[in-house]
Design a protein around this ligand. Structure first.
Ligand code: SAM
Length: 284
């Protein structure tokens, strides 16, 4: 019996074709089959580099059943590559089920790293990059979008969102309202392409700048928001910490509630204890 093949997860450019790596080109040339999100799109990329490896479709609508066929081929000994239309597969792109099931079946999965819009944007944004949160695409509808945003208003790490160009302005309007006009933000648009723009400004200003120039409402974009910083000298509790504290206070003695809330939220026990005392006083 053949040894199982390897599944290579290969990043492709997000605009500039020079961003494909020498290793990606070699792997795409050497594997038996390339599973692509859109075979016609990837065929153009392969043609550009003179690669003739056969392509098969693997997208969000057929990933599960196609995935089991591909895993059978991998188990039969064929090496295979997975690509998406642009950037790193699985990052707001198909591939998760295939990779998960391949690993579960004992297939070796090897990343061939390269372009990724969120990392490209973060690396040039000037915002803190030591800790960040990737939130992917926000919901298209305003109510759901605002709910999702509300949950991260007090997130201290840099926030990164993908957004469709036709929703950019309404998204910026929601961000401005919920995060405040002063919160530093960066728009990374058309990265690695001819009209690349990386504009950093407070949210109020960024919104108005995009509103005033319809060119900024076209093309692909990434939005980055600086993490929340507690006002200097003031140690405040997040809405989430207060919610946890209130839930526990309803069931437990004050000291125990504060200790458990501290364990759950990571907030200092003393701060929660003081808050619990104030809440109890207010109720008396
Ligand atoms: N897998 C891709 C990656 O690694 O970044 C992301 C795919 S996702 C379907 C497409 C979204 O990524 C776009 O709507 C945009 O938010 C972002 N994006 C992709 N290419 C971009 C570029 N050149 N400039 C800015 N954003 C880009």
């Amino acid at each position: 019996m053949n040894a199982p093949g390897t599944l290579y997860v290969v990043a492709t450019p997000i605009g500039n074709l020079e961003d494909i790596s020498a290793r990606a080109l070699r792997v795409l040339r050497e594997v038996k089959l390339i599973a692509a999100e859109d075979t016609r799109h990837s065929a153009r990329l392969l043609q550009h580099f003179g690669i003739n490896t056969p392509l098969t479709a693997c997208h969000e609508h057929n990933e599960r059943e196609q995935g089991s066929r591909l895993i059978q081929r991998l188990l039969g000994g064929d090496d295979m590559a997975l690509v998406s239309d642009a950037g790193t597969p699985l990052i707001s792109d198909p591939g998760y089920h295939l990779v998960r099931n391949a690993r579960a079946a004992g297939v070796r999965v090897v990343p061939v790293p390269g372009a990724c819009a969120l990392i490209a944007a973060l690396s040039a944004s000037g915002l803190p990059s030591d800790r960040f949160v990737f939130e992917g695409f926000l919901p298209a509808r305003s109510t759901a979008r605002r709910q999702r945003l509300q949950a991260v208003v007090e997130e201290p790490r840099t926030l990164i969102f993908y957004e469709a160009p036709h929703r950019l302005l309404e998204c910026l309007a929601d961000l401005r309202e919920l995060f405040g006009v002063e919160r530093p933000a960066v728009l990374g648009r058309e990265l690695t392409k001819t009209f690349e723009t990386i504009k950093g400004a407070p949210l109020g200003e960024l919104h108005d700048w995009v509103a005033a120039d319809s060119n900024q409402q076209r093309g692909e974009c990434v939005l980055l928001i600086e993490g929340w910083q507690a006002p200097a000298g003031e140690e405040t509790l997040s809405a989430e910490a207060l919610r946890v504290l209130d839930l526990l206070l309803a069931e437990l003695p004050l000291k125990r509630a504060a200790a458990l809330a501290a364990e759950i939220t990571g907030v200092r026990k003393n701060l929660l204890y003081q808050q619990a005392l104030e809440r109890q006083k207010a109720e008396d």
